[in-house]
Design a protein around this ligand. Structure first.
Ligand code: PMP
Length: 367
């Protein structure tokens, strides 16, 4: 009898590629860094961490020995109140990543086509690859704005369109006119609002509660400083949400994440204030880096900024900054070869980041 062959038996046509973050502890060891001095601005995380009430709630504890509520009742109620929709329109996921995957599991398979912008967040293509779904990537224009006409043309006949607003890594927003044109093609539109709290645009979440064909994804990873606990949510019509609730993994929200999310929503005012600090820092850091002349920041509505580098490439500047204990994000893709993405640290950290860029600039110009 032939034995099980793990590769030959695979139902996946291709294994996906996702450029996940390098492990920080490994980088600290490799560069011989002091962990307390490291500035981690490679993952668009929140430099202030969880809110005070969240930390207190986690310290108070939770029933780790019990399965969490499969119906997510307390969580859906609190999330619904926060985004001003009814609880029947909300589904929580283990990060918005899980909900992206759930959209694929429920609606997309072999023979389907989805539309993305390029460059964008890597998870949509990752899941498309897992599920055998064809990807049509519509390049952003030279200034990284959306190519509206090309997107609408591509959306026609596509099963779904995934657009982050603000987009990662470019920071631009999906405007209401384009959203309407895409919906009018009859496709499913998933608007990923992971960074919406840092923008001056209103969320489309309330609209998603009543509009068939629109799903809005949100997360506590960025605004809430909970990236490590994995908690995101989707807002959609009640009918769609009901299907999501029935098809999700039953106990997908772990007990710690639930406690932390509930406390974060009670601390929304603190988290909003921190988001505003991050927005002010984004403008301050962008202006300071623009003065260095070899750096041109792309205007952003998120908690990160994409930087065009006139000297060197993204990878070499990333490495020079790593040696100084600053972790940033560079890209393999040819279009982003001369770019680096940084998210905002605390104001004190950002001062160090600005100084380090100045130093690296000198090094690259003279040495
Ligand atoms: N969407 C976008 C656009 C993102 O950039 C990220 C995180 N990098 C996510 C979703 C994932 O968020 P979560 O931590 O909620 O899975």
């Amino acid at each position: 009898m032939a034995r099980f062959d793990p590769e030959a038996s695979l139902r996946l046509r291709a294994l996906p590629e996702y450029e996940a973050l390098d492990d920080s502890d490994a980088l600290i060891a490799r560069y011989g860094l002091d962990p307390a001095q490291v500035i981690k601005i490679d993952g668009n995380e929140n430099p202030f961490g969880p809110s005070p009430r969240t930390l207190e709630a986690l310290r108070q504890g939770y029933r780790a020995e019990w399965y969490p509520d499969e119906r997510q009742q307390a969580l859906r109620t609190a999330l619904a109140k926060y985004v001003e929709v009814s609880p029947e329109c909300v589904v929580a996921g283990s990060g918005s990543d899980e909900l992206i995957d759930q959209v694929f599991r429920m609606y997309l398979g072999q023979g389907d086509r989805i539309v993305l912008v390029s460059p964008t967040f890597g998870m949509y293509a990752f899941d498309a690859s897992l599920h055998g779904v064809e990807v049509e990537a519509v390049p952003l224009l030279d200034d990284f704005s959306f190519d509206d006409d090309a997107l609408v043309r591509a959306a026609a006949g596509a099963k779904a369109v995934f657009i982050p607003s603000p987009n990662n890594p470019t920071g631009g927003l999906l405007e209401p006119e384009l959203l309407q044109r895409i919906l009018d093609t009859g496709t499913l539109l998933v608007v990923d609002e992971a960074y919406i709290e840092f923008s001056d645009a209103p969320s489309y979440a309330r609209r998603a509660a009543t509009e068939t064909g629109l799903i809005v994804l949100r997360t506590l990873s960025k605004w809430g400083g909970l990236a490590g606990l994995r908690i995101g949510y989707g807002v959609m019509e009640a009918r769609t949400a009901d299907l999501f609730m029935r098809a999700k993994q039953p106990y997908n929200i772990n007990a710690a994440a639930e406690v932390a999310a509930l406390a974060s929503l009670e601390d929304a005012a603190v988290l909003d204030e921190r988001a505003q600090t991050i927005v002010r820092e984004r403008e301050r850091v962008s202006a300071a880096l623009a003065r260095l002349e070899w750096i041109a920041p792309v205007p952003s509505q998120a908690n990160f900024v994409l930087l065009h580098l006139a000297h060197g490439d993204g990878m070499s500047v990333r490495d020079a900054l790593r040696a100084r204990g600053i972790f940033t994000r560079a890209y393999k893709s040819p279009r982003l070869h001369e770019y680096l993405r940084i998210s905002m640290g605390t104001p004190e950290q950002n001062d160090r980041v600005i100084a380090a860029f100045a130093e690296v600039g000198e090094e690259l110009a003279h040495g």
